[in-house]
Write a protein of this length. Structure first.
Length: 387
């Protein structure tokens, strides 16, 4: 009888052990799934930040805020190296510590980490100690991890996290942090093109306007405040003729005066750039095409009334020429001067084409369509068209 009871108890114990093991495995699997879901949610937050219509610097700051909030990191700092200097792109540390954080690459303890592309974890054992990089503080950070960042094996800076607790990252799953680091690198790589676009725009010499790249960077943030905008491209169709008949100097003055005339008529919310050569773009932010046709008609009229006179030139003759050649040359010059007197000023002729831009669509696709229309239009066309 006792033996039966013992056997029953053993079976019960074994059953409970198996059950507990099963529950443990399920909990472990659930935690893994939950962790993956959390990581996916964080990744989604990253992607949302990248997709926002804000500058590159604002996106990096937003990503840093997500790291602090979602992973419970006390202090997080992202520093980017552009090949010439280090720039602190994002941090939640007080400004008085920024100079130190921006120069962590000079610390011996982190130099090896950069060379070998490995993370570095440092901490203290007592409150009397301080971390090696700390210059003017003791209590703020007691543990830190340094992650060098690389894009295609090219060093681009580092991610640095800190905690106010000793040995804060002793049991931290570094695999998760490596994934986060890789996400930061992916984000920096993604916004690299946008950063280039924001830095390319320049002021055109003759028109005083921004170049076309400005449209797709800073200007797009203004344009995308509205659901619908009107994109207008125009071309000074007779600019090559003016350059040939008069001079390139006269052609440049035509560009300057046309730009000045139109710019003074535009609201600050409207974008006006020199697109390429004789082509210009105006974006009427938040305005539908029907509402701008009258305005375009007026500025076309005013711009085409511009007249630029060519400066007269004095030609010298040599006394060594034969009398007949001299006389013939003088006669030809008189005919040339007579012809110039009939038409000694240049005026522009403009051809306009207009289209609608919807927020969230490709702005460069719209401008490309307008450019193709103007390039394929007859050379003498001077009109206002809608495509």
């Amino acid at each position: 009888m006792v033996l039966v009871v013992i056997i029953v108890l053993v079976v019960i114990v074994i059953t409970l052990m198996v059950y507990n093991m099963s529950i443990h495995n399920k909990i472990k699997a659930f935690n893994n799934i939950n962790e993956k879901i959390n990581n996916l949610n964080v990744l989604q937050d990253f992607m949302n930040a990248i997709g926002e219509n804000i500058s590159v610097d604002e996106k990096i700051k937003k990503v840093n805020e997500i790291l602090v909030d979602r992973f419970g990191i006390k202090y997080s700092t992202i520093v980017v190296f552009d090949g010439a200097e280090y720039e602190l792109k994002a941090t939640n540390v007080e400004e008085k510590h920024w100079e130190t954080l921006k120069n962590l690459h000079t610390e011996d303890i982190f130099k090896e980490s950069i060379v070998n592309s490995t993370s570095k974890y440092i901490t203290i054992d007592s409150d009397e100690e301080k971390l090696p990089y700390q210059k003017m503080e003791f209590g703020r950070a007691k543990s830190a991890m340094f992650f060098p960042l690389y894009i295609d094996n090219v060093y681009i800076g580092y991610w640095f996290i800190e905690s106010g607790e000793k040995h804060a990252y002793d049991n931290m799953d570094t695999a998760i942090l490596d994934v986060v680091k890789d996400n930061i690198v992916a984000i920096l790589k993604t916004v690299n093109y946008q950063s280039t676009m924001e830095n390319i725009p320049r002021d055109d010499l003759f028109s005083g306007l921004k170049s076309a790249e400005y449209l797709y960077g800073s200007a797009k943030k203004i344009i995308d405040k509205y659901e619908i905008s009107t994109v207008c491209m125009f071309k000074i169709v007779n600019l090559p003729e003016i350059n040939n008949t008069f001079s390139r100097e006269v052609g440049n003055k035509i560009i300057t005066e046309v730009s000045k005339t139109i710019k003074t008529s535009l609201s600050n919310e409207y974008i006006f750039v020199r697109y390429m050569g004789p082509k210009f773009v105006i974006v009427f932010s938040g305005v539908e095409p029907e509402s701008v046709i009258g305005f375009i008609t007026d500025i076309k009229k005013y711009a085409e009334q511009i007249k630029i006179e060519e400066k007269s030139k004095t030609k010298k003759t040599t006394r060594k020429k034969k009398s007949e050649e001299t006389e013939k040359s003088n006669n030809d010059e008189e005919k040339s001067v007579s012809k110039k007197n009939k038409n000694n000023s240049a005026s522009p002729k403009l051809n306009f084409v207009v289209s609608t831009y919807y927020k969230g669509t490709a702005l460069d696709g719209v401008t490309k369509k307008l450019e193709e229309y103007l390039d394929n239009a007859p050379n003498n066309e001077s009109n206002i068209n809608y495509v």
